[in-house]
Design a protein around this ligand. Structure first.
Ligand code: BGC
Length: 709
């Protein structure tokens, strides 16, 4: 792309750059980029060539307001904003968070945390989630959202695990892809964030993630690649951290070579707030600096060009990349308001019911039933119910840029009461152990809502619940044998009381519809079908074994990714360590039987694909959804160790009692490849592949073999 652009326009733009467009009214006919019959590329070419140096520099940065600003003249609220250029009829560029719902300072649908979306293992749910946020954003005059976020959960303590899609590149990439399709389908640009290897919040702006070439490409860049191929996202947000010593927003190796050339990204790159470190980040692949114009100020850009560190051609290329997306998403194709000097935006109130329906569905589908000895579902004949925990009155949500303002919300307690109008439903805080001890013995069931807070900026200090939460569960369980725990958590947790309670339903941070979803699941109106998108380690298990891996070498400034590709379940499998809860696991109120594993062919070439299928039958008495998972064990060679199992496909199907469906997935080079450090490319290894059909990574239901010749 770079070469093509240079060959086409370099000569002309050197001259055009000197022309200053005066700030006077110009007829639309003199602005050919306003012609919507031309392609986005053509229009961007025309416009970039008409821009003077000041206008070009203007497009290299935005203004940011972390808690939400408002565009002049009653314009939209925003988190990031590039003001319009009225003399060229370039509209303002309005951007907001985020991955958990529109966050621009106004109320909007508070979706369940993105990890709930991942736990659905359902690309339709992820599509609808992206679409619902996109629709809210559209109604509030936005152009671009900073989401989805899907850095991999390398570190179980990661503070932002709740904002992401778990530990597997394929699951994360496929769900992100569906989310982007949903959001961009309603005309809002999506942002894949944070590129790349932004796997922790400890020293997040200073630490370098030291990763070998293979692991970087095969694990940490892979989800981005999948989403780029699957959904053509408009935007990528480069991250705070360094990658092998280079700042992520100033690394031509990850931003140009990998992102654009290897993975085929064609959109614009903007900084996380504020992850630029030099004006030459523009040369190295960055398009827009946020939240201010520090490194891309006119003085710094001009001096970098004067010093020969970069050229105006590069600036034009970067501005053009931005403009192509603005044209692609129709930003120029609106009436112009000459009084405000900006386009007209059709802003409406968000209709609350629209997003709430999606928030509810995802919260229901993403909740994971971790344990059930038969206590759930609850009957509606209960006479005395004790609900414990502040989060039963007000749902827990994660902190930081994903923290949205709900339009409306029903608490878990109220949703339970609604289902038991004639019963006594009492509540006590977890901070009142005496109250729990007094009330628990009299209840038919005790429901404890146990929480663990996570937030951007801070990794968690441990996987433990705090003492108050653990005590509340212990006191409830020792005073009532019929104790059920609902967990509202942002990542893996330890449950030392697991054997003492009858059931655990993990609803993560369930969003504004979380109370209703929780009650519906507890009472069996909805059958749980969520699956873990990451491993829950048992007490004392440490997938990151050395302090160099985390909290890092050199006083915490170099994270050594020495585990290589053996991250998450890949590590647990390789080391033969059985965690508390495995990747892909989750229970249902019904039972399923797998049979007839079949593979379309025994062998193929490196570029071939094959199909694997399995029949799944609902053998219980309730309708329910199940997610068959397909893993492969790639061939090993002395120089290249491969994990025992890697996810290559999944599908979620709903089955009525007694019903059987055949689930088939296609597995091809993109699922099978590894990164080859000799050729610096993705290759498919020749040799024997084990194919596993599974209900979770450690629960194998059938196998097949496949040979790449
Ligand atoms: C976060 C981003 C977010 C941005 C704007 C940053 O601190 O890392 O995820 O989009 O703030 O709120």
């Amino acid at each position: 792309m770079k070469k093509k652009f240079f060959s086409k326009v370099t000569g002309a733009i050197a001259v055009l750059a000197l022309v200053t467009i005066p700030n006077v009214a110009v007829a639309d006919s003199d602005m050919p980029w306003l012609d919507s019959n031309k392609t986005a590329q053509e229009r961007a070419d025309l416009l970039v060539n008409a821009m003077n140096e000041d206008q070009l520099i203007h497009m290299l940065h935005g203004q940011g307001m972390l808690t939400g600003g408002q565009a002049p003249g009653g314009g939209p609220h925003f988190i990031g904003y590039i003001p319009p250029i009225p003399e060229l009829k370039v509209p303002a560029f309005v951007m907001s968070d985020g991955p958990s719902g529109l966050r621009n300072g106004e109320p909007a649908t508070q979706m369940p945390a993105p990890i709930v979306q991942a736990s659905t293992w359902d690309t339709v749910a992820a599509h609808d989630y992206g679409q619902a946020i996109g629709q809210d954003a559209k109604d509030r005059g936005q152009d671009l959202l900073f989401g989805p976020g899907f850095n991999l959960a390398r570190n179980p303590l990661g503070g932002r695990t709740f904002e992401y899609f778990g530990e597997d590149p394929l699951l994360s990439g496929r769900l992100a892809s569906a989310n982007v399709q949903g959001m961009q389908g309603v005309g809002i640009m999506s942002t894949l964030k944070h590129y790349v290897a932004n796997n922790q919040d400890l020293n997040r702006t200073l630490a370098s993630m030291d990763i070998d070439e293979r692991t970087l490409h095969e694990i940490y860049e892979k989800p981005f690649r999948i989403a780029i191929h699957g959904a053509e996202p408009a935007t990528v947000m480069c991250s705070y951290n360094k990658v092998n010593g280079d700042t992520a927003c100033g690394s031509d190796s990850t931003l140009i070579k990998d992102l654009r050339q290897t993975h085929g990204f064609k959109g614009l790159v903007l900084t996380d707030y504020p992850a630029a470190w030099s004006p030459t980040d523009i040369r190295d692949g960055l398009n827009i600096e946020l939240p201010w114009s520090f490194w891309t100020s006119p003085e710094r850009i001009r001096s970098a060009i004067a010093n020969g560190e970069m050229t105006w051609d590069v600036v034009r290329l970067r501005v053009k990349e931005t403009l192509v997306q603005m044209f692609r998403f129709g930003l120029f194709d609106h009436d112009w308001d000459s009084t405000r000097g900006d386009r007209v935006r059709d802003m409406k109130e968000i209709p609350a019911a629209r997003g709430n329906a999606v928030a509810l569905k995802v919260a229901q589908e993403g909740a994971v039933l971790m344990k059930n000895d038969g206590a759930l579902p609850l009957g509606k004949d209960l006479k005395h119910v004790l609900v414990v925990g502040n989060a039963a009155k007000s749902q827990m949500s994660g902190g930081g840029s994903s923290n949205t303002k709900a339009i409306e919300s029903v608490s878990t307690l109220d949703a339970i009461k609604k289902r038991l109008p004639d019963s006594e439903v009492s509540w006590v805080s977890e901070w009142n152990p005496a109250g729990i001890a007094i009330k628990a013995p009299k209840a038919d069931v005790v429901i404890v809502v146990a929480t663990q807070q996570s937030s951007e900026l801070l990794d968690r200090l441990s996987l433990d619940f705090n003492l108050v939460e653990n005590n509340a569960v212990n006191i409830a369980a020792s005073n009532n044998k019929n104790t059920v725990v609902v967990t509202q958590v942002g990542g893996p947790v330890l449950m030392p009381w697991l054997k003492d309670v009858r059931a655990v339903l993990n609803v993560w941070y369930p969003g504004q519809a979380g109370g209703e979803a929780t009650a519906g699941l507890l009472f069996g109106e909805v059958n749980p079908s969520g699956r873990l998108p990451l491993t829950f380690p048992a007490a004392g298990q440490k997938a990151l074994e050395t302090s160099d891996q985390y909290p890092g070498a050199n006083g915490g400034f170099n994270m050594k990714y020495t585990e290589g590709v053996f991250m998450g379940y890949r590590w647990f499998n390789e080391k033969n360590v059985e965690p508390a809860f495995t990747f892909g696991s989750g229970l249902s109120y019904t039972t399923f039987h797998y049979s007839n594993v079949a593979i379309s062919q025994d062998s193929g070439s490196r570029s071939d694909s094959f199909k694997v299928s399995v029949d799944v039958t609902n053998t219980g008495s309730r309708a329910g959804a199940v997610t068959p998972q397909f893993y492969v064990g790639k061939p090993k060679s002395p120089g290249l160790q491969t994990p025992p199992k890697e996810l290559v496909g999944f599908d979620k199907v709903t089955l009525q009692p007694g019903e059987t469906k055949t689930v088939t997935v296609t597995v091809g080079p993109e699922e099978l490849n590894v990164w080859d450090v000799n050729t610096h490319s993705y290759i498919v290894l020749p040799g024997a592949y084990k194919v596993f059909v599974a209900d979770s990574v450690n629960d194998i239901k059938g196998t097949a073999e496949y040979t790449v010749k």
